[in-house]
Design a protein around this ligand. Structure first.
Ligand code: PMP
Length: 336
């Protein structure tokens, strides 16, 4: 019998399909294509950052066999690191702010991560989840030198390097180099920074947009030079008050600010008309792609990211009381 060569789980991260959003493409006269990152093994775009960081740390000798990976995360990076860690033999300690969807917390626990919930607070506060995760890794390394890796997804540029090498290249190849524009929101900035670099290296003519949710400081940064945030958003994993090392020096041609009143109805449209159940950040990305299509005009190929599944936010995106508290409404098929 010939030897069967199974694929490794880590080989299934990336190489996601670029899905044509039919209704929006037909309406705008552009080809609007979404990279189906929810199809990654851990269910989100953050599997790429997780694998990029782990492979980089292994290559640099920063993660020994069986070593513990520690990270502060809104959830998806924790899930990605835990999936990758489980398959490669690294346990994970995941520090999360306590204002994220319960589904993500439950998923992490089900996967066997050591989950530590901490009160949500501003980045400048020493109690912020990112700082707490760094201290946990430091303490583990004090007790047993070299036993822990702090993944540091916000400022560890292995995150954007992986997106440049994989996501950007895949988009270029899948569109036969005919991509005119790319747009997405920023959390760590790894996705946008890597894709901006990767696509611009192929062609300086590719337009790069940022879809910034209300409550994030980047729209003001690109329009006025000031890192200033106003309002809020129910989207998770995106929006920032600072320029991370991953996002620093990234070329962005067009900034948009996207309120929930624009992005959340698009999440429901994606279900109803495209058969895609996506999370709130994908709604922000798609809203940006539509604005870009209108600005560039018909005949352009516009790409974005479909980050994760809406089922990860069931108790928020499909919850009448929660939505009403934010001035939002259920889709018609649930509102009867
Ligand atoms: N969408 C979701 C659902 C996420 O969890 C994240 C990561 N925090 C992003 C978008 C943003 O990706 P990045 O960190 O690469 O900017």
């Amino acid at each position: 019998m010939t030897e069967l060569k199974g694929m490794r789980l880590t080989d299934r991260i990336g190489k996601t399909p670029l899905i044509r959003l039919n209704r929006l493409s037909d309406e705008t006269g552009c080809e609007i294509l979404g990279k189906a990152e929810f199809m990654n093994p851990g269910g989100s775009v953050k599997d790429r950052a997780a694998l990029g960081i782990v492979r980089d740390a292994e290559a640099k000798g920063l993660l020994r066999p069986g070593g513990t990976i520690v990270e502060g995360t809104a959830g998806n990076t924790g899930i990605g690191l835990t999936v990758v860690g489980n398959s490669l033999g690294y346990p994970t300690v995941i520090v999360m702010p306590d204002n994220q969807s319960q589904d993500k917390v439950d998923t992490l626990k089900a996967l066997g991560a050591d989950v530590r919930l901490v009160p949500a607070c501003p980045f400048k506060d020493p109690g912020h989840f990112v700082h707490q995760s760094r201290r946990i890794a430091e303490e583990l390394n004090e007790k047993d030198p070299g036993s822990a890796l702090w993944a540091n997804q916000f400022d560890n540029v292995a995150n954007r390097v992986f997106h440049e090498a994989t996501t950007a290249q895949e988009i270029w190849d899948e569109t036969n180099g005919e991509v005119d524009a790319f747009i997405c929101a920023v959390g760590t900035g790894g996705t946008l920074a890597g894709i901006s670099r990767g696509l611009k290296a192929h062609s300086a003519d590719v337009t790069i947009g940022i879809s910034d949710p209300t409550g994030s400081a980047l729209f003001n940064y690109f329009t006025t030079g000031e890192l200033k945030a106003e309002g809020g958003s129910i989207s998770e994993g995106i929006g920032t008050s600072r320029i991370t090392d991953n996002f620093a020096d990234t070329v962005v041609d067009i900034p948009y600010q996207i309120p929930d009143s624009e992005s959340v109805p698009l999440v429901y449209d994606m279900i109803r008309y495209e058969g895609l159940c996506l999370g709130g950040s994908s709604g922000v990305n798609v809203a940006g792609a539509i604005r870009l299509a209108k600005e560039l005009g018909p005949g352009h190929v516009i790409t974005t990211i479909l980050c994760d599944s809406g089922l990860r936010y069931r108790e928020r995106l499909f919850n009448r009381e929660f939505l009403a508290s934010k001035g939002l409404e259920l889709p018609d098929w649930l509102s009867v």
